[in-house]
Design a protein around this ligand. Structure first.
Ligand code: ADP
Ligand code: MN
Ligand code: MN
Ligand code: MN
Length: 338
């Protein structure tokens, strides 16, 4: 038997975007615990905007478990917040609103800035660095500095150790801006892993005195904002698809622009301007390989006769991937499959 350190992770009740919260449960197991061996656990919801002080208990229901290589016998336990009965989802529990669909696949591209002393890592104390151009996938101290790559590499290793399905990382268009991509099969998997990857990044950066800035437009002017493109496909899109279905799907997206934007992250009007590889927030367009459209159709989709995945470019870096996945599947499910 060994004492395991189980880091129970959940989303608090702050709006429009929840914060990550976590606390450690120490419990003895013979081996690394499986999900169904992990108990529900309570917390004080009055400190997280999830309950009144007089009746403050909320419950944490484990929904996914990941190894944590930074701690001896460590595990990260992603949880849903439940009412005191342990079975009713708390109103803040956005994960519970996602349709269960093992055939739904998501790939999220999380962009973010590393910040030091209130400005992007690598920005001079006064003024701005050289204009955008050399930073995207840049190499060398001038392009990406030294500390940033060290953090980004460490983050990747920690995530891979945790069995998070990273597909890649890259330096982004603005100085101090980075991206990681996570792909998951099943309607909730990629969203779970994005939240855990965010947790690991935030925690790693504590030790460097660095903040992670998830806001979608932290620097005004001619600097790219941060998105979280949501690539999605269903079993039907991958196996049947076709032009008629595709056009019906896009019509449903066009009819629900406001509903989608409402959960695609705060302040998105600052980012979705029609500039910097975005479409305006009030327009809905789609186009082949078009990074200025709301939904980009990959070449592979066209080459396969309207079959495969699509990229919704509107979700932003601060969005809750649970709400994003939930909304996309809701719109898809409103379109009948012939
Ligand atoms: P880009 O920056 O050109 O938009 P990326 O390589 O950063 O492209 O991201 C593409 C994303 O598409 C990846 O996250 C990948 O996992 C995802 N993806 C690929 N195939 C599928 C699929 N069938 N269903 C859902 N997502 C997919
Ligand atoms: Mn990308
Ligand atoms: Mn990108
Ligand atoms: Mn993209």
């Amino acid at each position: 038997m060994a004492k395991y350190k189980l880091e129970y992770l959940w989303l608090d009740g702050y709006t429009p975007v929840p914060n990550l919260r976590s606390k450690t449960l120490v419990k003895e197991f013979a081996n690394f615990p499986a999900l169904d061996a992990l108990p529900q656990w309570g917390f004080d919801g009055s400190s997280t905007q999830q309950a009144e002080g007089r009746s403050s208990d909320c419950m944490l229901k484990p929904v996914a478990v990941f190894p944590d290589s930074t701690r001896r016998n460590g595990a990260i336990v992603m949880c849903e917040v439940m009412m005191p009965d342990g079975t009713t989802p708390h109103p803040s529990n956005t994960r519970s609103t996602i349709l269960d669909d093992p055939g739904a696949w998501f790939g999220f591209e999380q962009e973010y800035f590393l910040y030091q002393d209130g400005r992007p890592l690598g920005f001079p104390t006064v003024g701005f660095p050289a204009p955008q151009g050399p930073y995207y996938c840049g190499v060398g101290f001038k392009a990406v500095g030294d500390l940033a790559r060290k953090i980004v590499e460490e983050h990747l290793d920690l995530c891979l150790d945790a069995d998070i399905n990273h597909e890649g990382i890259n330096a982004e268009v603005a100085k101090g801006q980075w991206e990681f991509q996570i792909f998951g099969r099943g309607s909730k998997r990629a969203a779970d892993e994005v939240w855990v990857a965010r947790y690991i990044l935030n925690r790693l950066c504590e030790s460097y005195g660095i903040d992670v800035e998830y806001h979608c437009k932290p620097i005004r002017g001619d600097w790219n904002g941060s998105g979280m493109h949501a690539n999605f496909s269903t079993h039907y899109m991958r196996e049947k698809g076709g032009k008629t279905y595709f056009e019906a799907l896009m019509a449903a997206f066009a009819e629900n622009v406001e509903e989608h934007i409402a959960v695609y992250g705060p302040d998105n009007h600052l980012r979705l301007t029609g500039l910097h590889e975005t479409q305006s927030i009030d327009k809905f367009t789609y186009g082949l390989a078009d990074r200025g459209s709301s939904v980009r159709i990959p070449h592979s989709f066209m080459n396969n006769g309207y079959m495969g995945y699509l990229e919704d470019r509107r979700p932003n870096s601060q969005g809750d991937p649970y709400q994003i996945a939930s909304r996309i599947l809701k719109t898809i499910s409103s379109v009948p499959t012939p």
